[in-house]
Design a protein around this ligand. Structure first.
Ligand SMILES: Nc1ncnc2c1ncn2[C@@H]1O[C@H](COP(=O)(O)OP(=O)(O)OP(=O)(O)O)[C@@H](O)[C@H]1O
Ligand SMILES: [Mg+2]
Length: 366
């Protein structure tokens, strides 16, 4: 059953049209990540669902009931904000207990609930401290504790980890994920960080300028992006986009790049590209579609010689930048595949996995 159903939702701030017709259905127990660049309307959508902003058009249903007219506290939603918003003059226990008390939870239920939430978040030793006596990560846990201690139909998180350093963010990411598995609650999590979206989501909803560009399981969006925007947003280092033309080559088709290089397309890819012969396309290549060529390779791999322009070792892998048809592209290589810049290497491109985009519409063709 859908816990949340948003239909044709619009929200304006004066002349700014921040949410432009969003339809969204969130099934019970799902962890949905709303992701997109700064200003695309993530917070506005979340705040409108929570009732902190009024919807200008469209409906919001929670548990089958239209809630447009209900104030936030009657919507049965718990929310965690980016800036924690803890009460400075209350200790951790009271901060976590606040929502329970204000909803008239019986006293004898409050203490075990607060202790259980604090235990799950490993802050049970901090219950007597005040917010000013806590680190950023601890503050964040208190804010999350305050939300999860309540039993709500829907839990909303708006970039809760953005104030934390990289390592703590990693840690908290897995904790929130674990918390979701343990509690089985329906959660919507907002971030502009595509890695966070990929690693945490059951389903990603990718927003662009107030509309949903594509929604689905992370790997679906990653492997089958609907547009250049989705293809370029997910993945790090990002996909490279190279101008090309589809040409007939022997029995099949190939791509001709700006510098004259030709990349043969496998038969499976050629089958639905008949109408594109002599037409321009954009080739989208991820770093992991490019590797060092080996002798006797399987079908579907195109070869390309390249001069390495930049090397970025990460330890286990090395990212090598080079020119592909006049555009910078990045290959994810084994740590010892290349040793120096300006080295000439033979790359193989996995033409079964690259994406082809219509430059006129920016939609993925194949
Ligand atoms: N209170 C407001 N008054 C006027 N315009 C606003 C207001 N809040 C947001 N906006 C505008 O609405 C659009 C969407 O903003 P929103 O805060 O939802 O973006 P976001 O996706 O959450 O971005 P970020 O990742 O930076 O948090 C932006 O153009 C923003 O400038
Ligand atoms: Mg925001």
């Amino acid at each position: 059953m859908a816990v949340l159903r948003v239909s044709a939702l619009h929200k304006y701030y004066g002349s700014v049209h921040a949410v432009r017709g969003v339809d969204l259905e969130i099934p019970a127990g799902e962890f949905t990540v709303l992701v997109g660049p700064s200003g695309c309307g993530k917070s506005t959508l979340l705040r409108t669902i929570a009732g902190l902003e009024d919807a200008d058009k469209g409906t919001i249903e929670i548990g089958g009931e239209v809630v447009n007219h209900l104030p936030p506290r009657s919507r049965d939603i718990a929310m965690v904000f980016q800036n924690y918003a803890l009460y400075p003059y209350m200790n951790v226990f009271d901060n976590i207990a606040f929502g329970l008390r204000s909803r008239k939870t019986p006293k004898e239920e409050i203490e075990p609930k607060v202790r259980r939430a604090a235990q799950m978040l490993a802050i049970d030793h901090l219950l007597d401290r005040y917010p000013r006596e806590l680190s950023g990560g601890q503050l964040q846990r208190v804010a999350i504790g305050r939300a999860i201690v309540r039993s709500a139909r829907l839990y909303l998180f708006d970039e809760p980890l953005s104030n934390l350093d990289a390592q703590l963010r990693d840690e908290m990411r897995s904790e929130i994920k674990r918390l979701h598995q343990e509690l089985g609650k329906t959660m919507i999590y907002v971030t502009h960080d595509q890695v966070e979206a990929m690693t945490m989501a059951d389903r990603i909803v990718l927003l662009r300028d107030g509309v949903i560009e594509q929604a689905g399981p992370p790997l679906d969006l990653f492997e089958r992006p609907a547009s250049r925007y989705v293809a370029g947003f997910l993945g790090s280092p990002a996909m490279s986009f190279v101008d090309a033309k589809v040409i007939a080559a022997g029995d099949g088709l190939a791509l001709r790049l700006g510098d004259g290089a030709t990349l043969a397309l496998p038969a499976r890819r050629s089958a639905n590209l008949g109408n594109w012969v002599e037409q321009p396309v954009v080739l989208g290549v991820r770093p992991e579609h490019l590797g060092r060529a080996n002798p006797g390779e399987r079908a579907g791999l195109a070869r390309h010689s390249a001069i390495v322009e930049l090397l970025q070792p990460t330890g286990s892998r090395t990212y090598a930048t080079f020119s592909l048809g006049g555009t910078r592209a990045v290959a994810e290589l084994q740590a010892h595949d290349v040793s120096a810049i300006n080295e000439k290497i033979e790359l193989s491109i996995d033409m079964n996995r690259v994406v082809l985009i219509d430059p006129a519409t920016n939609r993925v063709i194949s």
